[in-house]
Design a protein around this ligand. Sequence first.
Ligand code: FMN
Length: 315
Amino acid sequence: MIHTLLCDLLGIRHPVIQGGMAWVATPELAAAVSNAGGLGIVGAGSAPPEVVRSMLRRTRELTDRPFGANVPLFTAGAASALDVFVEEQVPVVTTGGGNPEPFVDRLKRAGILVIPVVASVALARRLARLGVDAIIAEGMEAGGHIGDVGTFPLVPQVVDAVSLPVIAAGGIADGRGLAAALSLGAVGIQMGTRFICTQECQAHPNYKTRIVEAHDRASMVTGASIGHPVRSLRTPFVRRFHELERSGASEQDLVEFGSGSLRSAVQEGDADQGSFMAGQAAGMIGDIPPVRELIERIVAEAEAALRRASTLLSD
Ligand SMILES: Cc1cc2nc3c(=O)[nH]c(=O)nc-3n(C[C@H](O)[C@H](O)[C@H](O)COP(=O)(O)O)c2cc1C
């Protein structure tokens, strides 16, 4: 059994977090992860407060285990989503896409564990000083909005910079990734892309199939020119976005062009207009198992990988 500080901090059995993903991380997915011993996270995305509230209440109906909620801070409704998280007394909040500094104090006073996702050592240091409970260090291999440092160099540098539990994210999809993350000094992992390909994830079957069929170089990054790099699978939409960017389109035009594209991928499986956000680990995902089977497999693989590695030691 792999047991880390993260298991004690969150009251979970396995040190595995399912990343909050706009449109994808529904109550059904989050509850399945929590029921399987990990930490499921409901993704508020840009949903209005009443939708967020009903998602959280639905999650409580589906699990009595700890779960979390996430909001990307660049969305217009981030502050209202965080209000709902406090009102609904969500046990854990993760934040992505920015600096949660203005909100940390309020969340902490409400007794919520605050775990921001960071892509740099500087932000990790700053947030550690504000008293957050742990840090998710996410490398640029990840699906969705990303930074520019890879997981392998980022995680140990964040581990060295803060005296807090660090969770590794970005490019992890199996037990070898969990074992590697622990070797880098992390106390657990957060995965996004891998959890899309599970039975309980309600994303459109086309989304899952595209990930299963993806190879190592199937994703690309767009949006860097407007300060919002996003990793998605190469689809006609993403290529058109890339061309627009290269032709010098304005930020407003690009934002309008991209608007609704993740929803189209998740809910309609729209191969033409959809943005199928996914990370570089898509190339190593080949099946769509139930969440419990996936988590148990990953933990068993990690145990085997760590045992194998220990046989390399000699006196
Ligand atoms: C479709 C998709 C949507 C995402 N949406 C969010 C989000 O709303 N908030 C957030 O903090 N991270 C978001 N992420 C990032 C994930 O929570 C997670 O950190 C990331 O997927 C980890 O990298 P991996 O995809 O290589 O596993 C998203 C990722 C994907 C693939």
